[in-house]
Design a protein around this ligand. Structure first.
Ligand code: HSE
Length: 455
C-alpha cells in the first residue's frame, strides 16, 4: 500500500509511544517535588498514559546537595544544554524561575521543537506573548498549570471546563505566602515578620519575598488568568497593585468588628465591556467562602455567565502541590503526543490569531465602599472636620468607630463609607492628610460586599 508523506506522519503520531523522555531544568523545591511525583507515582502515571515518562536528565547549578530524592546515575548535569541539545528529550520542564536565563531556556527548547512545561508566572505574565507565539509557530505544546494556584487546576478549568462561558468576574486568593501571613495575623495575632519567616521556612515564599508581600506575584498570576479569561495579553503595568505591608493588627481587629476579613485579592471583572484588573488587600464579608480560606491555601471564586459561581480551592504553594500541577501538564502533553493531537487546546484557549486587546477600566472609576483608618487628635471638632472633607468629595459615611486608647496622643478613628468613587476618595484622603489633626499615614482598604455580582 502506498501512503502519502502526510498520511505516514499521521500514522506515526497516532501510534502509542511506549516511553517519552523528559528533561528538568531547575532542581530546587518544586523540581525536587516533580522528581518525587514522577518516581513515587510512576505506575499510576504509566497506567493512565499507557506509556512511561522517563526523566532522562536533570540540570541544576548545584548537583551535589542532598534533596532527599535519588535520581539514576548519569541523570544529573550542571549544563542545561545537555537537555536542550538532546534530540531524544521531547518535553522540557523549566523550573529555574525569573525572567532571565529561564526565558532563554524556554525559547531555545521551543525553537528546537520541544514541548515545554513551566511554573514561571513572572515570565509568562511579562513575555507570554512571545513564548506562546513561538510555541504556535513550532506547533508544540506549552503547559503552565503550576503558574497559578499551585496544585489547583485553575488553568485547565478556565481553558477547558469553563470554555463555553463569558467570564464575568474572578476573585482570587492566589498568593499562599500573603494568605498565610494575613490568616496567622488574624487567627493568632502573630507579628508580620515572624509569620513571614515561617512562610519562608515552609518553602512558600518567592526567592524575593517582596514579590509576595507587595502583591507582585499575585499580579503576575492575575495577568495569566486575565489572558485566559478574555483571550488577551494584558500588560502587567496595567494591573493596579497594592501589597499587604501596611496592614496592621488594628485593621485586622476593626475588620472583624465590622464582620469582615482582610484578604489580598486578585480581582478582574468585565463591566460594560471594560476589564477591571486590580490586586489589593480587600475586606470581604466573614461569611463568604473566600474569607474562610486560610494559611497557604488558595481560592479562586469565579463567575461565568452560563455556569454561575465556581469556587476552586487547594494548596497554592509548596513542593508537592505545585509538582502535582507540573506533572499533570507533562501527562497532558504525553497524551497529545500519543494521540497525534498536539496543541489540541491552545495556551489561551483560542487560536493565536484570535487573541485581542481589551479595554481596561480606569482604577479611579471604581465605585465601592471603603474602610478608612485615621490616627487623629482626640479633641472636639475632629470628626466634623474629617466628615466635612469627605462630604465635599461626595463620600457618605455609613459607620464610625472611635474607642481605642491613645497612641502617642492620638486615637484611631475608623470610618466606613457607602459606595464612593475611588478618584474622590483619593482626593479626600490627600486633603485630610495635610491637616494638623492627623498624626499618621491614613490607611484605606477597599470593601467588596457582593463578590460575583457586578458593581
Ligand atoms: N510564592 C508563591 C506563593 C509560590 O506564596 O503563593 C506559589 O506561586
Amino acid at each position: 500500500m502506498i501512503t502519502s508523506e502526510k498520511e505516514s506522519v499521521k500514522i506515526a503520531h497516532t501510534k502509542a509511544v511506549r516511553s517519552i523522555n523528559v528533561g528538568l531544568i531547575g532542581f530546587g523545591t518544586i523540581g525536587t517535588g516533580v522528581v518525587k511525583v514522577l518516581k513515587e507515582n510512576a505506575s499510576v502515571i504509566c497506567d493512565k498514559l499507557g506509556c512511561e515518562l522517563v526523566l532522562k536528565r536533570v540540570a541544576d547549578r548545584d548537583i551535589n546537595r542532598d534533596r532527599g530524592v535519588k535520581v539514576d546515575d548519569g541523570v544529573l548535569t550542571t549544563d542545561a544544554k545537555d537537555i536542550l541539545n538532546d534530540p531524544d528529550i521531547s518535553i522540557v520542564i523549566e523550573l529555574v524561575g525569573g525572567t532571565g536565563i529561564a526565558r532563554e531556556f524556554i525559547m531555545e527548547a521551543l525553537e528546537k521543537g520541544k514541548h515545554v512545561v513551566t511554573a514561571n508566572k513572572a515570565l509568562l505574565s511579562t513575555h507570554g506573548k512571545d513564548i506562546f507565539k513561538k510555541a504556535a509557530e513550532k506547533g508544540v505544546d506549552i503547559g503552565f498549570e503550576a503558574s497559578v494556584g499551585g496544585g489547583i487546576p485553575v488553568i485547565k478549568a478556565l481553558r477547558e471546563g469553563l470554555a463555553a462561558n463569558k467570564i464575568e468576574s474572578i476573585y482570587g486568593i492566589i498568593n499562599g505566602t500573603a494568605n498565610y501571613i494575613l490568616s496567622k495575623m488574624t487567627n493568632e495575632g502573630g507579628k508580620f515578620e515572624d509569620v513571614l519567616r515561617r512562610a519562608q521556612e515552609k518553602g512558600y515564599a518567592e526567592a524575593d519575598p517582596t514579590y509576595d508581600i507587595e502583591g507582585i506575584d499575585t499580579a503576575h498570576k492575575l495577568a495569566i488568568l486575565i489572558n485566559l479569561a478574555y483571550g488577551t495579553y494584558i500588560d502587567i503595568k496595567d494591573i493596579y497593585t497594592e501589597g499587604i505591608a501596611s496592614i496592621s493588627q488594628l485593621d485586622i481587629k476593626y475588620a472583624k468588628e465590622f464582620g469582615y476579613r482582610i484578604k489580598l485579592l486578585a480581582i478582574t471583572k468585565s463591566v460594560d465591556g471594560r476589564i477591571e484588573a486590580r490586586v489589593h488587600p480587600t475586606m470581604i464579608p466573614a461569611h463568604h467562602p473566600l474569607a474562610t480560606i486560610d494559611g497557604a491555601f488558595n481560592g479562586i471564586y469565579l463567575k461565568g455567565n452560563a455556569v454561575g459561581s465556581v469556587l476552586l480551592y487547594g494548596m497554592g504553594a509548596g513542593m508537592m502541590p505545585t509538582a502535582s500541577a507540573v506533572v499533570a501538564d507533562i501527562m497532558d502533553i504525553a497524551r497529545n503526543m500519543n494521540t497525534g493531537a498536539l496543541r489540541r487546546v491552545p495556551p489561551l484557549s483560542c487560536p493565536e490569531d484570535a487573541v485581542r486587546a481589551v479595554e481596561l477600566r480606569d482604577p479611579e472609576s471604581l465605585e465601592i465602599p471603603y474602610y478608612i483608618r485615621f490616627l487623629a487628635m482626640d479633641k472636639p471638632g475632629v470628626l466634623s472636620k474629617i466628615s466635612g472633607v469627605l462630604g465635599k468629595h461626595n463620600i457618605s459615611i455609613s459607620s464610625v468607630i472611635q474607642r481605642d486608647r491613645k497612641i502617642g496622643g492620638a486615637v484611631p478613628l475608623v470610618v466606613l463609607t457607602h459606595n464612593a468613587l475611588e478618584k474622590e476618595l483619593r482626593a479626600a484622603i490627600a486633603e485630610i492628610s495635610t491637616m494638623d489633626i492627623i498624626h499618621d499615614k491614613i490607611v484605606y482598604i477597599r470593601i467588596e460586599e457582593n463578590l460575583g455580582a457586578a458593581n
